[in-house]
Structure formats: structure tokens, C-alpha cells
Ligand binder design. Sequence first.
Ligand code: SF4
Length: 82
Amino acid sequence: METYKNVYSNGEVIVTYEPSRCIHAEACAKGLSEVFKTSVIPWIDLEGASTKKIISQVKKCPSGALACSNIKTKQFVKDFVI
Ligand code: SF4
């Protein structure tokens, strides 16, 4: 079954979620539950924390299902500086 990437933005950062890569380790929900929610849809709410905290948590995703890029420069998370 094909799955589609989900795209979210708070005006500073674009966060993408690729369901087919997610291993459901819940590192995101445990680390930043204000943003990554397990019981509501949409499950990612970028208004729940600062951009810096969101980027820090996305970097901890063990599968690479979560990624983020700077909305202006399009730089991906490994190079991301705000
Ligand atoms: S941290 Fe990454 S792999 Fe784990 S549940 Fe969140 S998106 Fe999926």
C-alpha cells in the first residue's frame, strides 16, 4: 500500500512525516507531546512548541520518518540553523 508524506508548517519550518518509514518508536510523542500527539488528528501541531524545540525533536526520530527544512532557504534539518 502506498502512503503519502504529510506536510506541516508554522511559517518558519516545514515538517514532513512519511508514514511508511515510521517505526512507531514514539520518541517524538514522548519527547515533545505538545507537538506530536498520539490521540488527535492532525497528530502534528506545530503551534505547540518553539521552532527550536521542534527541530531538536525531529532530529531524534530514529527512522527518518520526520524531517524538517527551513521555509526560506529549503535547507534540510542536518544543516538547519535559526
Ligand atoms: S519518532 Fe519517528 S519513528 Fe518514532 S513514532 Fe515519531 S515519527 Fe515515527
